[in-house]
Design a binder for this molecule. Sequence first.
Ligand code: ATP
Length: 305
Amino acid sequence: MRLRDVGRRYGPRGPWVLRGVDVELPGAALLRVVGGNGTGKSTLLRLLAGIDAPSAGRITGRPRPAAYVPERFPAALPFSAAGYLTHLARVQGLRRGAAKRAAEEWLERLGAGGYARTPMTDLSKGGSQKVAVAQALLAEPELLVLDEAWTGLDSAARAELDRAVAERVAAGGTVVFVDHDPRRLAGAAHGLLRVAGGRVEASALNGPGCGEGTEPVPLGPSAVVTVSGPAGASLPAGLPAGLPGGPGSTPGPGGTLRLTVAAPYSDALLRALLAARPPWHIHAVEPAPGPDPARGSATEGGPHS
Ligand SMILES: Nc1ncnc2c1ncn2[C@@H]1O[C@H](COP(=O)(O)OP(=O)(O)OP(=O)(O)O)[C@@H](O)[C@H]1O
């Protein structure tokens, strides 16, 4: 997806909020948008999601389907939570049965199954935020745009949204998010979009071309996955490209490789390794060692397959 000389202002004589924005967003990437208050982060997200059109310039190659969780979700809708999501899934092209199942599955995953039949107008702020998140995940979007989507969710639902984000990226999608908490998905993002003075500056966080000072600080918990490759694979050069979470690798015992990844990415990383042809052999998945190096393995055992 490419933004070329994009500008946005509200009203024909309004001040330019964004101007001359020229960035390209990669696939299979998690991108964090940062910037001071009122600099235009939400404006940029609405342009990316296609909710607003640019006042100048062009946006091309938007992945489809695209989905968006707005900062403020209109909760006063004449539906139950499940009714609303089923309706949206139908609009997105799912058949009646599949739409109902997708709605129920996402409400369950987010811990909102108990109020699936509750009218939207009666939902708590947290309940309505779960519906806001569920509506964006129904159609397995290739582009997912999240504006403070974790705000108002309980910790289990926040962790579920982290997992859903990792799944979208593992499936080759682009996820762009803003969050006031700098620890949100810290260590997992592949790039930064910094909004300042009406401009947007993109920088890579993992992989080649990392700018100095833009390395992610791994504040969140990490997992270590010990693997060995298919026979004859050279380590780590033989690792499949574009692994979820951009894991770091260090040599492990007995010719194995230890991959360190932000915890929300561990399931997606395991799936990607097992889905590789030929598949990789998983020896252990354990929390990254804390300050105590004597801490043992959590799930040392045989291969997962
Ligand atoms: N619908 C609108 N009509 C008029 N002006 C708007 C509208 N939406 C945003 N703006 C203005 O555009 C500027 C950027 O707002 P935006 O919400 O995009 O910034 P932000 O960085 O997301 O802010 P915050 O950090 O407070 O969430 C602000 O001056 C805001 O007042």
